[in-house]
Ligand binder design. Sequence first.
Ligand code: PMP
Length: 412
Amino acid sequence: MFNSEQIRSDFPILTRKVNGHQLVYLDNAATSQKPRQVIDALSSVYEQFNSNVHRGVHTLSMEATEHYEDARRKVAEFINAPEPETVIFVRNTTEAINLVAHTWAIQNIGPGDEILTTEMEHHSNLVPWQKVAEMTGAKLRHIPVTDTGLLDTSQLDQLINEKTRLVAVVHVSNFLGTINPVKDLADRAHAVGARILIDSAQSVPHMPVDVIDLDCDFLAFSGHKIMAPPGIGVLYCKRSVIQDMEPFLRGGEMVREVWFDHATWNDIPNRFEAGTPNFADAVALGAAIDYLNAIGMEQVRSHEMEITKYGLEAFQSLEYLKILGPADHTLRGGLIAFHSTEIHPHDLGTFLDQKGIAIRTGHHCVMPMHRKIGLPASGRASFYIYNTTEEIDLLIETLKAALTYFTKGSSS
Ligand code: PMP
């Protein structure tokens, strides 16, 4: 049973005041807040078994290793990865994608090949592929986005062809909110012998994601958006794809044997985790997964759908704001981006902050898509398990007050 009050009481930060008002945190797509259970799990590492992993025969080191590997098992189960070894701990989504770009991609992509992304990609899933194209002589192509914020799949047969080596696509857009048909794209990619990478930064924290069902080759997400600390992220790779991949970073722990002039590589996942890993934050990520599992990801998704539906309807009362992305809440993740011809988003963001309401304003690291629709920036309210319809009411009320304030010059 989903109990908002109970959930909210687990998040100490939600009791704080901002500018004299109760905090309303609606910037979850940027980063999420952390429940007491995650904060405690992080403290427990430093209070009880802090020690370097995979290195010691002493008790603390063995305990730290056990907790670290336990976190890997939890992540694997959470995304239904067939084995924990296919889960590589990295810093964040950006590093996960760069890892694939600088290992699998440069080893498997050559001149004349094609890399396909979409027009709605976060810079993290675009700029690395620009570099790979430059390094390999491959061509970078983009699936267009329709006026309604969906992927235009009408030209897919031509866009995914025998030259395509990789389809790199965002699962849920952090700007338009669109949920993309990644399973279908995976089938199409595989049909021409290409691989698919899914940027799951905005999906894994918010809905059930099953890598076997999606049949993806690579999947990336960040711990900080799923209630864990920043500095821990995940790259899932199909074993058959990374088994023989060259390492990304070189140094301790990723080697099997080292001589003065050469070295051999460890098995996965260690081969891709050079140096001391962020075991403390990995343990906290495991605690965040425990927390979400206790609620159930179906419940998380339905709560966010409810909030988003409520928000989309409520925004209709604000004639000066135009909502971006699909109108149907079932086609979107839990976020709503909007723009106004009357008021700059930064002014709106600052006005809301004065009332304790945190939203994101700017280009949200999706500059090309903003450029395509002729906007320098937009506002974005993004939701998580602790948000309520009362908070949406407050957002709408304050956005109404902002119009009066900015257009009539009176304070409210
Ligand atoms: N992809 C998407 C869709 C995102 O929303 C984000 C974060 N805003 C990223 C990638 C990058 O995540 P990180 O900064 O944690 O690497």
